[in-house]
Write a protein that binds this ligand. Structure first.
Ligand code: CU
Length: 131
């Protein structure tokens, strides 16, 4: 009797473990590996392409819903870096915020919000300030 109960508890624990694992995976709207490679590529391209100290750059602070891990941060950074005029991206899944330094003549916060939405992240502009 005790043995059977013990086995049941073990089965239950295993089921719970698998459930938590699956939940953890599915709570992340981004796919992990490809996104990270994209990010480093995009970052390199932007950093070398926008080396000069341009004037008129601004920083937009976005409140972002749906980030659950650093993979989300990486996915968002990669996606935003791919936009023309985006100089630098910081993302913080704990704070649920992303800040983007950009050239307002080339890209708008609406464009950033538009590329994040298909990934499962809803963003709204909190404030825009001079870089
Ligand atoms: Cu994630």
């Amino acid at each position: 009797m005790n043995m059977r109960l013990g086995n049941k508890m073990q089965d239950l624990a295993m089921v719970l473990f698998v459930l938590v694992f699956l939940l953890g995976l599915s709570s992340c709207p981004s796919t992990s590996d490809g996104g990270q490679e994209e990010q480093s590529l995009a970052e390199t391209a932007v950093d070398t392409g926008e080396a000069s100290e341009a004037t008129g750059l601004v920083i937009v602070e976005l409140a972002v819903d749906g980030m659950s891990c650093t993979g989300c941060e990486d996915a968002i950074k990669a996606e935003l870096h791919a936009l023309p005029g985006v100089i630098h991206v910081d993302a913080d899944h704990v704070a649920g915020s992303t800040s983007v330094k950009y050239d307002p003549r080339k890209v708008k916060p609406e464009d950033m919000i538009a590329v994040m939405e298909p990934l499962g992240y809803n963003a709204v502009v909190e404030l825009i300030r001079d870089a």
